[in-house]
Design a protein around this ligand. Structure first.
Ligand code: BES
Ligand code: MN
Ligand code: ZN
Length: 497
């Protein structure tokens, strides 16, 4: 990440030169401790400036007072925390993003003493996480960087807190999650000429330095296992296919693992059923599911999660070619079930069919969750607000929904069932890989379900949430790193210890 802030935690009291950031409620008053620190003149100044600026202390609003008289800082930045309801629903990560946006890379001190709400060490760690996510920038391929940015890069952000030692401990774990999100974002942003299946597999392999066991299956190994659905997608590309299996064993030896599976189509041209040209460059992001799984494994291993976790990603490139798979082809999957190819652009489900089958067969996991930029139809249903959640298990589904609410990476449950399953029956094979436009996300999920063998399973369709992301307080880039925080939270809340 190019622009990470140098964050330091310090006890309340001292203020660096640069900017000073304080928080007020709707009465425009900072807490007594902050008032004491900045002095009564500064408190009056805030009230006056607020009147002049029509600043009402509403949640997420802010004002800046330049060279405030009596204070030795450049700017006094006042951020509103709103009323009771806003405080109860405070999203600390988003607040961190807001702070970083206001300080904009300059040296600043934020006094994390908020009126009417306790800022626990956990909350501070989330704020710091939000700060760094906001600073993320993918500019590896820009040869000219603007000067302002260079200047601001030296900035330090001091977070003034009640108990710095307690915060540092919690933040250490949160930094692992941060790095995981950053890794996922980087992978999705990388251009497809740089990141092919082999290069991607090497990124997974790099997790060995964190104590993750990594195995790479090449095409020969996959052929032997009978992964012909996955291989069929790859056969139009000059670049080989890979499956990476990552294992983090932080739990008890006897504990069955939980498993995360990612779609890793490094570029999806559509194949012979080629996509229209406009926007096709976005299909470099068709490996966002795999990127999330690698980012998640990084997060869990860095923070030494007390859980046994398997991560598996299917890496292929979908290209048109003389040797490419055709509509009409029938492939035999590792499970033995056959699939008629109707549309070579419905390739993600073919990749996942073999990886899902392989993982349940080999590891008998407690559950499997797959992530895939699987269908354009999920964007029609849920825009970029929610990922589509499909599951054969209510408990897993509820837990994911709760983790979504807690992290802001929200999921919305969508239907599966015999009606959708029937729609993918084929004239010539056991099933077909496309049933047309109607219910496109559900029929895609129905195909995946035929490969999970009754293991508790959830499928997250992240075509809308992982890339081309609408900018918000914690993301100003193209890829969001969606899912790393969600799944880290799921593991933390239910599957550790
Ligand atoms: N990778 C695409 C889905 C996608 C669309 C991801 C937009 C991100 C943004 C997937 O492989 C695909 O092409 N799906 C087809 C399926 C259809 C041919 C049945 C689709 O959604 O149109
Ligand atoms: Mn496709
Ligand atoms: Zn795709």
């Amino acid at each position: 990440m190019a622009d990470s802030y140098k964050i330091e935690f310090q006890a309340h009291g001292s203020v660096e030169t640069g900017d000073l950031i304080v928080f007020v409620g709707e009465n425009l008053k900072p807490t007594p401790a902050v008032a004491k620190q900045i002095g009564s003149k500064a408190v009056d100044l805030i009230a006056k400036a607020a009147a002049a600026e029509s600043f009402k202390g509403k949640a997420k609003s802010s004002m800046a007072i330049l060279v405030p008289a009596g204070l030795s800082v450049d700017r006094l930045i006042v951020i509103g925390v709103g009323g009771e309801k806003d405080k109860a629903e405070m999203d600390w990560v988003q607040l961190g993003g807001l702070i970083a946006g206001k300080a904009n890379g300059k040296t600043a001190t934020a006094v994390l003493d908020l009126p009417g709400t306790e800022v626990t060490p956990d909350a501070v760690a989330d704020i710091a996480l939000g700060v760094q996510l906001r600073r993320y920038k993918f500019d590896r391929y820009k040869t000219k960087k603007d000067n302002d940015e260079k200047k601001n890069r030296a900035g330090r952000l001091l977070l003034s807190v009640a108990d710095p030692a307690a915060v540092k401990k919690v933040y250490k774990a949160r930094e692992g999650v941060l790095q995981g999100v950053v890794l996922a974002r980087d992978l999705v942003n990388e251009p497809p000429n740089v990141l092919g299946p082999v290069e991607f597999a090497a990124k997974a392999e790099a997790l060995t330095k964190l104590g993750v066991e990594v195995e790479i299956l090449d095409e020969k190994a996959m052929r032997k296992l009978g992964m012909n659905a996955l291989l069929g997608v790859a056969q139009g590309s000059v670049r080989g296919a890979r499956v990476a299996v990552m294992r983090w064993n932080g739990g008890k030896a006897a504990d069955k693992p939980v498993a995360f599976i990612g779609k890793g189509v490094v570029f999806d041209s559509g194949g012979i059923s080629i996509k229209p040209g406009a926007g096709m460059e976005d299909m470099k992001g068709d490996m966002a599911g795999a990127a999330c799984v690698v980012g998640l494994m990084h997060a869990l291993a860095s923070r030494k999660a007390k859980a046994n976790v398997v991560g598996a990603i299917g890496l292929v490139e979908n290209m048109p070619d003389g040797n490419a798979q055709r509509p009409g082809d029938i492939v035999t999957t590792m499970s033995g079930q056959t699939i008629e190819i109707i549309n070579t652009d419905a390739e993600g489900r073919l990749v996942l069919a073999d990886v899902l089958w392989y993982i349940q067969d080999r590891f008998k996991p407690k559950f499997m969750i797959d992530l895939a930029t699987l269908t354009g139809a999920i964007l029609v249903a849920l825009a970029q607000e929610y990922a589509g959640l499909f599951s054969n298990n209510d408990e897993l589904s509820d837990r994911l929904t709760a983790a979504g609410k807690a992290t802001g990476e929200r999921v919305w449950r969508m239907p599966l069932g015999p009606e959708f399953d029937k729609m993918i029956d084929s004239k010539f094979a056991d099933m077909k890989n496309s049933a047309g436009r109607h219910g496109g996300s559900s029929t895609a999920a129905a195909l995946l379900q035929r490969f999970v063998n009754d293991v508790p399973w959830a499928h997250l369709d992240i075509a809308g949430t992982a890339m081309g992301s609408p900018h918000n307080e914690i993301n100003k880039g193209w890829s969001s790193g969606w899912g790393v925080r969600l799944l880290d939270r799921l593991v933390r809340d239910h599957y550790e210890g």
